[in-house]
Design a protein around this ligand. Structure first.
Ligand code: SAH
Length: 250
């Protein structure tokens, strides 16, 4: 992306409680499938964004957490919050690329990744990260899936353009098992996980952004693309959704 568009993109997504679908309750539900989390448990949160789920992990467990993201302002925001909460001893955020993580083998007992593994690709991510886990370590991730056959053409066209790797829940589960993991549990994120903390505040941002950049065609086009994503969701969300997967390394 050219620099101006990248800057506009991050402006459009700034100030949101999260940068993808998810909720506190669903993070806690997934956490409930991971046994024996204690003060010696080491967690890596990949693609943490501003840390919505990282802070839930920190509040719900005594674990040590490293959170990574490629976007420095997100990492800074999370570290500021960790300082404010006085938990920097066990929560540190760093700038790093999920496609080239240089932690030593066996550095973590649990890898968390909400709404972000698509940036590496599910198979590539899971295969690369396997070595970072301790023996029989766990991974919890969310990924978008087709939920029903025969989605309408405009919905298929949207996903073919945005993320052609989208597949059915059963195809996703099968692929994950092929990467050296056993499925501990999985459940769909409800519609509220898309709306409450993600699309609703994003819609407010889009409205204000459109007003602010009334005379800038490139900004309007960008806002239009985001609006289209939300419109597709309103019209067709019964056909797709995020699945939360909790896995154990074999
Ligand atoms: N987990 C957060 C953010 C999800 S959005 C939440 O659910 O709210 C996806 C995040 O992945 C963004 O913060 C983006 O900056 C980050 N990201 C994109 N490519 C990345 C990469 N190659 N390595 C690490 N993080 C990446």
């Amino acid at each position: 992306m050219p620099d101006r568009i990248t800057a506009l993109f991050f402006e459009l997504f700034s100030g949101l409680p999260r940068q993808g679908p998810g909720t506190t309750v669903n993070t806690q539900r997934a956490l409930g499938f991971v046994p024996d989390i204690g003060p010696r448990t080491r967690v890596l949160d990949i693609g943490c964004g501003t840390g919505a789920q990282t802070l839930v992990l920190a509040a719900s467990t005594p674990a040590h957490i490293v959170a990574i993201d490629t976007h420095p302002p997100f990492v800074d925001a999370l570290n500021r919050e960790a300082r404010r909460l006085g938990i920097t001893v066990r929560l540190q955020a760093r700038v790093a690329d999920m496609r080239s993580l240089d932690f030593a083998d066996g550095s973590f007992d649990l890898i968390w990744c909400e709404g972000a593994i698509y940036n590496a690709g599910v198979e590539r991510g899971l295969r690369d990260w396997h070595r970072l886990l301790s023996r029989n370590g766990h991974v919890a991730l969310t990924e978008v899936c087709w939920r029903k056959p025969s989605p309408p053409a405009e919905c298929v066209a949207f996903w073919n353009r945005e993320y052609p790797a989208i597949r059915s829940t059963s195809a996703l589960l099968e692929a994950v098992e092929g990467c050296g993991y056993t499925i501990v549990s999985h459940f769909p994120l409800p519609a509220s996980a898309w709306w409450d903390d993600y699309y609703r505040p994003l819609q407010d941002n889009i409205n204000a952004f459109r007003e602010r950049y009334r005379n800038a065609p490139d900004a309007q086009e960008l806002a239009g693309q985001c609006q289209h994503e939300i419109d597709i969701w309103h019209a067709h969300s019964e056909f797709y959704g995020y699945e939360f997967l909790v896995l154990q390394a074999r």
